[in-house]
Design a protein. Sequence first.
Length: 256
Amino acid sequence: MSEASVAVHADPDLLAQAVAARLVVKLLDAQAERGQASVVLTGGRIAAAVYRAVAQLPARDAVDWSRVDVWWGDERFLPAGDPERNETQARAALLDVVPLDPARIHPMPASDGPAGNDPEAAAAGYAQELARAARPGTAALPHFDVLMLGVGEDGHVASVFPEHPVHHDNRPVSAVRGSPKPPPVRTTLTLPTINTAEEVWLVAAGADKARAVGMALAGAGPVQLPAAGVRGVSRTLWLLDRSAAANVPPRLRSLR
Ligand SMILES: O=C(O)[C@H](O)[C@@H](O)[C@H](O)[C@H](O)COP(=O)(O)O
């Protein structure tokens, strides 16, 4: 498990540009090492800004998109194509713009999908899809080179919310009911699944995130503040704008 490190950028726009540039480089490095790359996407405003920034980067064409696997860390449990789905937003911002192999795009199930309007069945179905892509002879999960997360004002990541029963679910993917952030029904990777990623990037912009970011970096408990429980295998990187970084503990400030 890696220690957290912090990078701060002047404003949300520059933050999105910087994360996009890092993502392109990360995918290139993974392809150079392994011949392929995998990324786990999330939802929310800053993530969408990052996807749009990747689409606009000329260097994106250096990535062999046909050898990139795209997974999701969480999804809003809505019908396919609903504009509020994280998948719909990521497709519009980036996935429809780059030449991905459709077989390597792995959205979480929609509420009108084959599993029906049953989030528990959808979560189990996604766990099976992950297991099918697992490295032979290894655990039930594929290799994730980089997993991106937004951070909620309450410290949630993906759809793992504070004090929610999802913390007691020991399956890799969980159904979430009663989400405090709409829509109320979602599916999410659980924290232990998130923490199998090689690198986890927590991306946050805005003063309303400063409290949660500061508490997570100061070592809050993961049930009270899920962002505090996130650790990538080789890297845990907080990518913040100046406002979100206002309460970063002094011992991490030298990295600013
Ligand atoms: O589906 C979602 O809403 C998310 O995956 C959620 O975890 C999001 O990333 C954060 O709430 C941050 O969202 P913002 O960047 O919009 O604040």
